[in-house]
Write a protein that binds this ligand. Structure first.
Ligand code: GUN
Length: 290
């Protein structure tokens, strides 16, 4: 079997087009959704990610507010900025880019964001809403994974789903989303015994561990849907000294021969995260402004 390649780039493009159309309708009612992105420090990867977010926000017709703070910013200064953004009526969504410098308690900052503007879905109120099946803002990467899985199989109910990784940002909300779709969910992690055997039971496998090509082809049940969240930069000596390439958490060349559908890296889950962030910003604007 050769797997269907799930084209996250194309799906994200379609999603952004639908968001742009909805934003156009809101503009007719005098509403322009606004997304504030806060970055502390000069991490180049974070800066690139934030630049992409800002560009795509403007492309769909929303307003983008960027706040770049020095790495020496204190927790009190960041909390003061969050309070200002919470009170700003032009701001519908607030995203504070993680990781934060060590002098700042990230959890404290997350909990300071107004849950109605928490487009990352990281606030415990939104995490709790997801867990209890109450509508709320859902973490972008798991939401993107769900949309991609549903793009190849609309009804996921009854499937054995295995989520490898238990982070608050991906693994845990992913598990909750799949429970809500009536999957039978197993959350595996670094202490899981016989991880390959656990993965082989998965009709739907979501890999979110941050370990390059850890999930091998013989860990995959023939015909499974494989969603690879990993974005790992590894050396690529074939391209020359010092060159790198990006690989997922799944050994793609092996897995593509066994799965029925798989997301590539890059071009799978990655493009969906920002598209879902824009979707959350639109949703937050609609809910806040009635
Ligand atoms: N850093 C890497 N990914 C993310 C994300 O989705 N949200 C935030 N806030 N920070 C990140």
């Amino acid at each position: 079997m050769t797997a269907t390649i799930i084209d996250g780039k194309a799906y994200a493009q379609g999603l952004r087009a639908r968001i742009a159309a909805a934003v156009g309708t809101l503009a007719g009612q005098g509403v322009t959704p606004g997304l504030a992105v806060v970055i502390v420090g000069e991490d180049p990867a974070s800066q690139l990610y934030v630049k992409n977010k800002a560009r795509q926000t403007v492309e769909v017709g929303m307003r983008s507010f960027e706040h770049t703070l020095p790495a020496s910013t204190s927790e009190a200064e960041l909390l003061a900025l969050v309070a200002t953004l919470n009170a700003d009526p032009a701001v519908d969504g607030i995203l504070v880019q993680l990781p934060l410098p060590k002098q700042i308690d990230a959890q404290k900052v997350i909990e300071a964001i107004d849950p109605a503007k928490d487009v990352d879905g990281f606030h415990p109120i939104n995490a709790g809403r997801l867990m209890t099946g109450v509508p709320g803002l859902v973490s972008c990467t798991p939401l993107g994974c769900l949309l991609l899985a549903q793009s190849v199989r609309r009804d996921l109910s009854g499937l054995n789903a295995v989520v490898v990784g238990r982070s608050n940002i991906v693994g845990k909300p992913m598990a909750q989303l799949l429970i809500a779709q009536s999957c039978t969910v197993t959350v595996a992690h670094s202490r899981t015994r016989d991880l390959p055997a656990v993965c082989r039971n998965a009709d739907l496998l979501v890999a979110a561990v941050g370990r390059p090509e850890m999930v091998r082809g013989d860990w995959i049940k023939p015909g499974a849907i494989v969603i690879d969240v990993g974005i790992n930069r590894v050396p690529n000596p074939a391209a020359g000294e010092g060159k790198t390439r990006v690989v997922g958490d799944v050994a793609y060349a092996e897995a593509v021969k066994v799965a029925s559908a798989i997301t590539p890296v890059p071009g799978g889950v990655g493009p969906m995260t920002i598209a879902c962030l824009l979707r959350n910003t639109l949703e937050a604007a609609c809910l806040r402004r009635g």
